[in-house]
Design a protein around this ligand. Structure first.
Ligand code: FES
Length: 112
């Protein structure tokens, strides 16, 4: 039988877009490095985590192109603006771990 890994969230970050339209080029990279570090430190990639693992992907343009870096969380369909390293720390703790959406930082909301 196939051993399926449970996934709680998938985080996509517009980190190094080909055309840096949503923020200064270096900002996305700093946010991405911080996101990776936090996910590791908080053991969010642990396959034994009851809620499932947290996936992360560094992506090119997410087609918002303002107030970046833009960070999208699936399956919630919540798009955060200005995802600086500081904000990412709070987003991970409040949204991913506690399930609380930080409404003031949401630039867009979509769902399936
Ligand atoms: S360049 Fe970041 S969303 Fe388009």
């Amino acid at each position: 039988m196939e051993n399926k890994i449970k996934i709680s969230h998938h985080i996509l970050l517009c980190a190094t877009p080909t055309k840096a339209l949503c923020c200064k080029c270096t900002q996305g990279e700093e946010s991405w490095n911080h996101l990776k570090k936090l996910i590791k430190e908080l053991l969010l990639e642990d396959q034994n985590r009851p809620q499932g693992i947290v996936l992360r992907s560094k992506v090119d343009c997410l087609r918002v192109c303002r107030n970046g870096p833009i960070l999208l969380i699936w399956p919630d369909g919540i798009w955060y603006e200005k995802a600086t390293p500081e904000r990412i720390g709070i987003i991970i703790k409040e949204h991913i771990i506690k399930g609380e959406i930080l409404k003031d930082w949401v630039i867009k909301s979509t769902s399936f």
